[in-house]
Design a protein around this ligand. Structure first.
Ligand code: PMP
Length: 287
């Protein structure tokens, strides 16, 4: 069955879902995106994603093509039309298609943004087999631009990082800048030592993960100790356990860093518990 995709106000079969070759998302990566997970047909942390989208658009002086309520309506409609039980909603907004290729932004009065929303069905997303065994990561230099707090579609370097990890028989890469871990290719990075959860503090150096915010809140509510500060890869390798968070993986244990096993190569108790808490609490607040 072909998916139904939302493009600029219309719900169309994916074969008919097109954007212009002059779209600035295509020519300049001049666009931002959000990924919201779906559990039991409902949206996880929708308001967090809508707020971050508004912030990303604002930082790039881009008009929002839809209000929070309109976006929610589109998300619900696309989930329902595609009968997604568990999976993801991908939303992308670009600055639109100007008449010519020009580095300067077009006049927003003349060129309206492009909005595309589609779903990816992932049956059993919350029970991903990887969450039982954990993932392996390598470290790579962080060669991205300096505004990682904006969720842009320029994802080539994270793709390269992912490929380097795959070539090494691993699952993901943690990126290092000035000797310190920034984040994973598409997730925030954490270590746990003597019961203390450590993750890099918020700044322009990392994406402000929506899952990160929720997980840290739940950890504090469960009386766990949290430190928001940078850490080195050596500190990570000497940690008791490690994990990542993102909308699509929730809380995912990390069991190996640059070839060195953590916690005997098995998911640690803190990551396992946080995953349970995150899924339980998130399910209560889906929309
Ligand atoms: N960092 C980066 C670089 C990411 O791409 C993502 C996921 N898009 C995250 C962190 C996690 O963010 P979230 O929890 O909002 O999915």
């Amino acid at each position: 069955m072909s998916r139904i995709v939302y493009v600029n106000g219309a719900y169309v079969p994916e074969e008919e879902a097109n954007v212009s070759v002059f779209d600035r998302g295509f020519l300049f990566a001049d666009g931002v995106y959000e990924v919201t997970s779906v559990l039991d047909g409902r949206l996880v942390d929708f308001d967090g994603h809508a707020a971050r989208l508004a912030r990303s658009l604002g930082e790039l002086e881009m008009e929002s093509p839809a209000s929070r309520d309109e976006l929610l309506e589109i998300h619900r409609e696309i989930v329902s039309r595609n009968q997604v039980k568990d999976g993801l909603v991908y939303l992308q907004v670009t600055r639109g298609a100007a008449a010519d290729r020009d580095f300067a932004y077009p006049d927003p009065e003349e060129v309206s943004p492009t909005i595309v929303v589609f779903t990816q069905s992932k049956p059993g997303l919350a029970d991903a087999p990887q969450s039982k065994v954990g993932i392996k990561v390598i470290s790579v230099p962080d060669l991205r631009w300096k505004r990682r707090d904006i969720k842009t579609v320029q994802l080539l370097y994270p793709s390269m990082g992912k490929m380097l990890a795959k070539k090494d028989g691993c699952d993901d890469a943690w990126m290092i800048e000035d000797g310190l871990v920034t984040e994973g290719t598409s997730n925030n990075a954490y270590i746990v030592k003597d019961g203390v959860i450590v993750t890099r503090n918020l700044s322009n150096d990392i994406l402000h993960g929506i899952t990160r915010a929720a997980v840290l809140r739940f950890a504090k509510e469960a009386q766990m100790q949290v430190q928001e500060r940078p850490f080195t890869i050596e500190e990570a390798q000497a940690a008791d356990e490690a994990f990542i968070t993102s909308a699509s993986t929730f809380v995912m244990p990390v069991v190996e860093i640059d070839g060195l096993e953590l916690g005997g190569g098995k998911p640690g108790p803190v990551a396992t518990r946080l995953r349970e808490i995150y899924l339980d609490e998130s399910r209560k607040n889906t929309v």
